[in-house]
Design a protein around this ligand. Structure first.
Ligand SMILES: CC(C)(COP(=O)(O)OP(=O)(O)OC[C@H]1O[C@@H](n2cnc3c(N)ncnc32)[C@H](O)[C@@H]1OP(=O)(O)O)[C@@H](O)C(=O)NCCC(=O)NCCS
Length: 183
C-alpha cells in the first residue's frame, strides 16, 4: 500500500473550492498550533492533552509522517490552509485505515468542508491505496463530525460507553465504518 503524492480537488455544496494535498513542513505554523490549542476546536480531540508549540508540532509531524498520510485542506480562493485530514492506522494485511479530520478555521465550520474532504479522501483510499474498509471514531457529542461521516456512507458500527473523559464528564465514543463499494 503506497501513499504517494496526493492532489485532490472538489467544490463543496456551498461552492467553496478546496484542494487536498500532502501536509508539508511549511504548513507547520503558529496558526496550526493555535487550532490544536483552541479549547473549542480541541474539545473532542486527543490533542487537547498537549500544549502545542512549533517544536512539539514539528516533532509530531516528523513522527506521524512516516506511517500516516497527513493531508492539508486548502481553500482555493484564498490559498489558505484551513484544516487537515489524516489517514492513520494503515493496516496492509487487512487493507484498513482510519480517517480523522480537523477544520481549524472556525469561520468555515458548517460550510460542508469536512463532508467534502472526507468524501474525496475516502475515494482516494479506496481507489488508489487499495483500502477495503475505512473507520473513524468520534465523541458522541460531536454531531458535526458524525454527520460528516454518515453523509459519506459511513455507518455507526458501535458505541463505546464512557470511553473518554471530557471537561463536561464521561463521554461515549461512536465507531463508524465504511466498506468499499463493490460496484
Ligand atoms: C467536526 C468538524 C470536522 C466538522 O467540520 P465542518 O466542515 O464544519 O462540517 P460540515 O460543514 O461538513 O458539516 C457536517 C455535518 O454536520 C452538521 N453540523 C454542523 N454543525 C453541527 C452541530 N453543531 N450539530 C449538529 N450537526 C452539525 C452539518 O449540517 C452537516 O450535516 P449535513 O450535511 O447533513 O447538513 C469541525 O467542526 C472541526 O474540525 N471540529 C474540531 C475538530 C473535530 O472535532 N474533529 C473531528 C474529530 S472526530
Amino acid at each position: 500500500m503506497k501513499t504517494g503524492g496526493v492532489l485532490l480537488q472538489q467544490k463543496t455544496k456551498k461552492n467553496i473550492n478546496i484542494t487536498i494535498r500532502n501536509l508539508t513542513i511549511s504548513d507547520i505554523t503558529h496558526q496550526y498550533c493555535n487550532w490544536l490549542n483552541d479549547k473549542e476546536t480541541n474539545k473532542y480531540l486527543e490533542s487537547r492533552f498537549t500544549e502545542w508549540n512549533m517544536q512539539s508540532l514539528l516533532d509530531y509531524y516528523h513522527q506521524k509522517n512516516k506511517s500516516e498520510l497527513m493531508l492539508a485542506i486548502i481553500e482555493d480562493d484564498t490559498g489558505t490552509h484551513v484544516g487537515n485530514v489524516k489517514v492513520s492506522a494503515i493496516d496492509k494485511n487487512h487493507h484498513r485505515a482510519e480517517i480523522g479530520i480537523i477544520i481549524g478555521d472556525k469561520n468555515l465550520w458548517g460550510k460542508g468542508i469536512a463532508t467534502t474532504a472526507i468524501g474525496i479522501v475516502a475515494e482516494y483510499c479506496f481507489d488508489v491505496l487499495d483500502i477495503h474498509k475505512l473507520t473513524a471514531g468520534a465523541y458522541a457529542e460531536n454531531l458535526a463530525s458524525i454527520n460528516a461521516f454518515i453523509s459519506n456512507g459511513f455507518i455507526v458500527e458501535g458505541q463505546r460507553k464512557e470511553h473518554v473523559l471530557t471537561p463536561s464528564g464521561w463521554s461515549d465514543v461512536v465507531l463508524l465504518g465504511k466498506i468499499k463499494s463493490q460496484e
